[in-house]
Design a protein around this ligand. Structure first.
Ligand SMILES: Nc1ccn([C@@H]2O[C@H](COP(=O)(O)OP(=O)(O)OP(=O)(O)O)[C@@H](O)[C@H]2O)c(=O)n1
Ligand SMILES: C[C@](O)(CO)[C@H](O)COP(=O)(O)O
Length: 254
């Protein structure tokens, strides 16, 4: 084969297969008592099913690995079987762990070898639009080792000295320049080898996967996020999520 006939790196990445790991093993303590958060309903459909459909809506995604609550894998398998999902996508379910990091690692361990791009998406962000998913995949295909969707902040942020007693006044330490801050969402997209290395190497407690890659060295880049990709964390977020679904139904005309 002459040099000219070899695919360029970006062409190779263009052909790369994409899988998504959905950590869904959290309890949802901040949402209040009830079933594990991902299994609770939004307009009658489990939040996890909304999240799975959001990922499978991308034609680039051919496998979704759901990381279920540790003792809930059979229930989650039955839940996936009971809902209509795109036929072009394969689904796997594995039990999760004690922390989000541990759950993502268990999902990564279950990935077949023939996937070069991996997205990690919170089940708790059920309404992310497909254009955001595709933008993340596109940026990884274009050569970024790690990509996060994010939005500018609406509020001013203060760094404080955390109170020792709940509710006590907290002294402000600094006010970071808001113009340089972004609120980070999921799906976060990665070159698979980079993400696997990050999960094998970084042991610090972090709140997202991109932070692990940052600690390793490669540059993480941000692409525009979407306001509908918000995380369902507290009870009011359920109200917002159901309102977004109602608006979509109206816009879709049914
Ligand atoms: N041991 C864990 C903890 C969290 N997650 C997942 O990580 C995502 C983001 O976590 P978060 O929104 O904090 O969910 P919970 O941990 O369930 O929430 P809380 O902290 O209120 O209990 C969620 O999809 C959650 O299911 C997970 O897979 N395994
Ligand atoms: C990964 C994440 O959604 C990015 O904003 C977020 O860090 C998860 O945090 P949580 O406190 O575990 O929900």
């Amino acid at each position: 084969m002459s040099d000219d006939s070899r695919p360029s790196p970006s062409e190779t990445r263009g052909a790369a297969r994409t899988a998504v790991v959905i950590p869904a093993a959290g309890r949802g303590v901040r949402l209040g008592p009830g079933a594990p958060k991902a299994l609770r309903a939004l307009n009658g459909t489990p939040m996890l099913i909304h999240a799975v459909r959001a990922m499978a809506a991308s034609r680039a995604v051919s496998l979704v690995v759901v990381v279920a609550p540790p003792d809930g894998a059979p229930e989650v398998k039955s839940m996936l079987d009971a809902h209509a999902l795109p036929e072009r996508t394969d689904f796997l379910v594995v039990p999760g762990g004690e922390s989000r990091q541990e759950s993502v690692k268990l999902g990564l361990d279950a990935l077949p070898t023939d996937f070069d791009i991996v997205l990690v998406h919170d089940a708790a962000r059920p309404l992310v639009p497909v254009d955001t998913v595709d933008a993340v995949i596109e940026a990884v295909r274009d050569g970024a080792p790690a990509v996060v969707p994010a939005l500018p902040l609406a509020d001013t942020v203060k760094e404080v000295e955390p109170a020792r007693t709940p509710g006590a006044p907290e002294p402000v330490v600094a006010t970071p320049n808001r113009a340089r801050l972004r609120a980070v969402q999921t799906p976060q997209g990665f070159d698979r080898a980079t993400l696997v290395r990050a999960h094998e190497t970084v042991t610090d407690d972090v709140t997202d996967d991109a932070s692990m890659v940052e600690r390793l060295g490669p540059t993480v880049v941000v692409v525009p996020g979407h306001e509908e990709a918000f995380k369902v964390t507290r009870p009011l977020d359920l109200v917002l999520a159901e309102a977004v679904l109602a608006r979509r139904r109206l816009n879709d005309g049914f």
